[in-house]
Design a protein around this ligand. Structure first.
Ligand SMILES: Nc1ncnc2c1ncn2[C@@H]1O[C@H](COP(=O)(O)OP(=O)(O)OP(=O)(O)O)[C@@H](O)[C@H]1O
Ligand SMILES: [Mg+2]
Length: 243
């Protein structure tokens, strides 16, 4: 895994030496296509296995009583999800640009999120504040949607069965600022340094790719993703996107 310090050294080498730049670019391209190929090739048969297991369960409901059946199903489902997120992370830098209403996108996300909370039996209070008059935005709509869903999903995990989550949007002269706030478990100081690293998770069922992917997507739009958090009090994730 490459950390910021290595990336800085690599960037410096690329600036100073043209041959090194070409070789590193080639290696990065190879790495990108290798990750895509492996994720794709493993995901296909695994998705088939998952579908077959589901069909078996429908046709023979008694299998649900077998020891380890449900664990096997959820392990296979988790691995499919992991491969999906790995592909998404790998493609986080390649954006499909379009011009769209960011107010509408964020409102739709807020409505879907509120519905998903309502369908679960909990007492989480969700509020959103999204101005109507935001300028149209140029960016990758689907990838940005993924960013906000990941942040909201983390907030939902952090509050447990009761708590408050908010999504607040504002714009300054040069940026659009989106805050996702929760009053959940918060993040210990020593975790704050590594939660944006791929595969870093402190959950038993997490892949640890959500924030790495969100950061990559936001930075590909020329923006930034930051966090402030106090353990046992709550967290605020701030997405800043250039207008
Ligand atoms: N709102 C939050 N409150 C508390 N901790 C958080 C919050 N958001 C992220 N974290 C911490 O950051 C870690 C990394 O988050 P990330 O979204 O990358 O992965 P994950 O949520 O663990 O897994 P996945 O996103 O695949 O479900 C989490 O495991 C959790 O410890
Ligand atoms: Mg997550």
């Amino acid at each position: 895994m490459m950390y910021n310090i290595d990336i800085n050294k690599m960037n410096q080498l690329m600036r100073e030496n043209e041959t090194a730049r070409d070789i590193i670019n080639q290696l990065l391209e190879n790495q990108h296509s290798m990750v895509s190929t492996i994720a794709h090739e493993v995901r296909n048969p695994l998705t088939l296995i998952f579908s077959s297991l589901q069909v078996m369960q429908v046709q023979h409901p008694e299998v649900k009583e077998f020891p380890h059946w449900s664990q096997t199903l959820s392990d296979v489902e988790f691995t499919c999800q992991l491969l999906n997120e790995l592909s998404a992370l790998n493609n986080g830098n390649s954006l499909n640009y379009s011009v769209f209403s960011i107010s509408r996108l964020l409102k739709n996300i807020a409505v879907s999120f509120a519905i998903s909370l309502d369908s679960q039996n909990n007492s989480i209070e969700f509020t959103s504040s999204i101005p109507e008059d935001l300028d149209d935005f140029t960016g990758d709509k689907i990838k940005l949607e993924e960013v906000f869903l990941n942040l909201l999903k983390n907030a939902r995990d952090a509050v447990g069965d009761s708590g408050r989550i908010s999504l607040c949007v504002s714009q300054s002269e040069d940026s659009l600022i989106i805050l996702v706030n929760d009053n959940g478990c918060g993040i210990p100081q020593d975790h704050l340094e590594d939660i944006f690293e791929p595969f870093k998770t402190y959950k038993t069922d997490g892949t640890g790719l959500g924030l790495a992917l969100a950061k990559r997507i936001v930075e590909s739009h020329g923006g930034s993703l930051s966090v402030s958090s106090i353990e046992n009090t709550g967290s605020t994730f701030t997405v800043k996107l250039p207008r």
